[in-house]
Design a binder for this molecule. Structure first.
Ligand code: BTN
Length: 203
């Protein structure tokens, strides 16, 4: 059986894939250990866990990255206090951070898919744009919807709340792209390139 990256079923999962996803789920949990910084009254903390979500998508791609964030979220909802500040997923879902917590999933999917479309060559500038798109635009959109539902905020108040996070999250997007570029240089093939159209080339 041919097991090269080019010929593998893109949706199959090997033991190595599962291991990588588990390691990143643990990394996201560990990034919650430094605790939280609460600025403003919205009840949404500054956390390093969104850095972990960006890293999962940019380093592992859509399949393994989504699995990593999925494992992390399932463990949090199951009651492990692995969210920043020692909270569980159930606490998060009933709090102002609900939209951000749920938004981790679409964020990693968008980052993973766009990164896989850029591969096999990781370009730092495009990586930064992709991380900003998934880790800020998509995540903030979900977070704002959550704030409107959980905190009865108006759309504008909810969107304005994100202003607190912009600089920190932009730095996370840059750091993620730099780390991902190094990883993909040293470990080509970690992400299966994604093409929208089937190649018709006959070698
Ligand atoms: O722990 C939770 O329930 C989720 C916290 C989400 C915090 C969001 S993620 C995007 C933005 N950047 C941060 O540093 N904090 C917020």
């Amino acid at each position: 059986m041919d097991t090269t990256t080019a010929h593998r079923n893109p949706w199959s999962l090997s033991v190595a894939d599962l291991t990588q996803a588990a390691v990143f789920a643990a990394l996201i949990a560990a990034l919650g250990l430094p605790g939280t910084i609460n600025i403003g009254s919205a009840g949404v903390p500054i956390t390093f866990q969104s850095l972990g979500v960006m890293l999962a998508g940019a380093v592992l791609g859509p399949k393994k990255g989504t699995l990593a964030v999925g494992i992390f979220m399932v463990l949090a909802i199951a009651g492990l206090p692995i969210l920043s500040g020692g909270r569980t997923g159930v606490t998060a879902l009933s709090s102002p951070t609900a939209g951000f917590f749920i938004g981790f999933l679409p964020a990693v999917i968008v980052i993973g898919l766009l990164t896989a479309m850029m591969m096999p060559r990781y370009r730092v500038l495009w990586g930064i744009v992709i991380n900003l798109l998934g880790g800020m635009v998509v995540l903030y959109a979900c977070g704002s919807i959550g704030l409107m539902i959980r905190s009865d905020m108006t759309l504008w108040a909810a969107v304005a709340t994100n202003g607190t996070f912009v600089i920190g999250d932009a730095v996370k997007a840059v750091v993620t792209a730099l780390v991902a570029a190094q990883v993909h240089r040293g470990w080509p093939g970690l992400i299966t390139p994604l093409r929208l159209r089937r190649s018709t080339a006959t070698a």
